[in-house]
Every structure is written in structure tokens, then in C-alpha cells.
Design a protein. Structure first.
Length: 247
């Protein structure tokens, strides 16, 4: 199924700066998060100084809920949450606080990045922190190829050529949207790919846009078979039911 879909994106999409930008590579550490036994959460204790930061990576699935909280000796010791294979944070602790709870839009390796804000890093401050990370809820498994044919060599069930528009570029551009259907009831992950490599993933649950990998909340209106989805004030997408539900 190949459909032409019009999408209007009213967003200046920016990539948030990496904490500790300019620091030496040895200031970054990556650790894999694992839960013991049947536990749904874990507690991690650590310490940072200056431009150091730690990426805690964990595997999670679409439809599950990720919850993260931090307590720290330094109020400028924060964390971000990054979706799989992306540096565009879906939660930014320096502006949104010390706790995050949200439904995940896709399967993959999510990153909880713990860092000191730039002013504190420049002063070579330190912070001792306790991080609680939990993943709960039943995953929304993708339909198999027997249930809904896949695009050859991909995990996607269908694609569409879409049109995107950003306020900093008055010209409409063509790009691709792909869907992983997770049920026959309109439960699906839609991935939109923009020029320059930027991607946005939106999770539909029973035909309703429920979550995304953007830091802003999801709101939507529906007219006929067209869903108009807003992510904060900056992004808007028009996605038809046919892409989500199939023919």
C-alpha cells in the first residue's frame, strides 16, 4: 500500500545540545541497565564531576511505561531521556524537573543521560545522585508478516509519501512515513522521516495518538478519517486512518 498523505509540520525542530559539549571523550561513560529477576525497576547510585556524564541504556518496548526519578546533592544535576538511535531528547530535565513518566512509542534501546548543567560543569562542581528507573506495562507487539505483510527487508507494514512543511522552510518537501502495525484495531507506530535525518515516532493505541518521542504532549483532533496531531505548539501532523489501520 502506497498512499499520498499531506502532513503539515509547524515546527522549528532543534536538536538539544549534548550536556558537557566540548568535554574529553573520557568524560562520557555508558552503562547497560538490567533488572534483577522479575523486578520492574532498579536503583542506581553514582557521582559526577565537571563535564562528566553517564548514559544508562535500557531495552524497552512500544506501549510500555518508562519512569525515571533522580535525587541529588546538586540541584544542577539532571537527566534527559533519549529515544532509540537519537540525540533529540524526549525529556529534558534541566527544564522539566527531576522525574519523568511516559508511554514509549517504539521498541529499542532508550537512554537516560545523567549530567551536570553547563554552568555547574564549567565550575567543576560535583553531584552525588540516586537514580530510579522502572519499566512497566505489557508491550504492544508488532503484527507478524503472516498477519500483515511487511515491506521486504524492513519491520514496516506499509509506507506513504508525505509532504512536510516547517516555518523555517516555506517550500513543501516530500518525505516518507512508515508504519509498524501492532494490532488490527489501529494500534501502530508511525515513523516520519524528514530531510536531514530527523525522525519522529508517534504511537497510536486503538486509533488514538497516545505517545511520541517528542518532549511535548500529544494532542489531536479528528475530522473524517484524518487525524491532526499536535506536539506542543511547534509540530503538527495530518495522518489518515488508512496508514494506521491498513486497507
Amino acid at each position: 500500500m502506497k498512499t499520498i498523505v499531506a502532513i503539515t509540520a509547524l515546527a522549528c525542530i532543534s536538536i538539544l545540545p549534548t550536556p558537557g559539549a566540548g568535554a574529553a571523550s573520557q568524560d562520557k561513560r555508558t552503562e547497560q541497565v538490567r533488572f534483577a529477576g522479575n523486578a520492574a525497576s532498579t536503583i542506581i547510585r553514582g557521582k559526577l564531576k565537571g563535564y562528566q556524564y553517564i548514559d544508562y541504556r535500557l531495552e524497552a518496548k512500544a506501549g510500555q511505561t518508562l519512569a525515571v526519578t533522580i535525587t541529588t546533592t546538586n540541584p544542577q544535576n539532571c537527566f534527559n531521556v533519549n529515544p532509540p538511535e537519537s540525540e533529540q531528547s524526549m525529556f529534558v530535565g534541566s527544564t522539566s524537573g527531576n522525574s519523568f513518566r511516559g508511554m514509549l512509542p517504539d521498541d529499542g534501546s532508550y537512554t537516560v543521560r545523567v549530567y551536570l548543567m553547563r554552568a555547574a560543569a564549567r565550575r567543576n562542581e560535583s553531584g552525588s545522585f540516586t537514580l530510579k528507573i522502572g519499566v512497566t506495562g505489557k508491550p504492544l507487539a508488532a503484527l507478524s508478516a503472516k498477519e500483515d505483510a511487511l515491506i521486504s527487508g524492513t519491520p514496516f507494514h506499509a509506507s506513504a509519501t508525505i509532504v512536510a512543511r516547517h516555518p523555517f522552510d516555506p517550500k513543501a518537501v516530500s518525505c516518507e512515513a512508515f508504519v509498524i502495525r501492532r494490532g488490527t484495531d489501529g494500534t501502530a507506530t508511525v515513523e516520519t522521516r524528514f530531510a536531514g535525518g530527523m525522525k519522529r515516532k508517534i504511537l497510536f493505541v486503538k486509533g488514538i495518538p497516545a505517545a511520541s518521542d517528542a518532549p511535548d504532549p500529544v494532542t489531536y483532533t479528528k475530522k473524517g478519517d484524518l487525524n491532526t496531531i499536535s506536539l506542543g505548539d511547534d509540530e503538527r501532523y495530518e495522518i489518515p486512518d488508512v496508514l494506521v489501520f491498513g486497507d
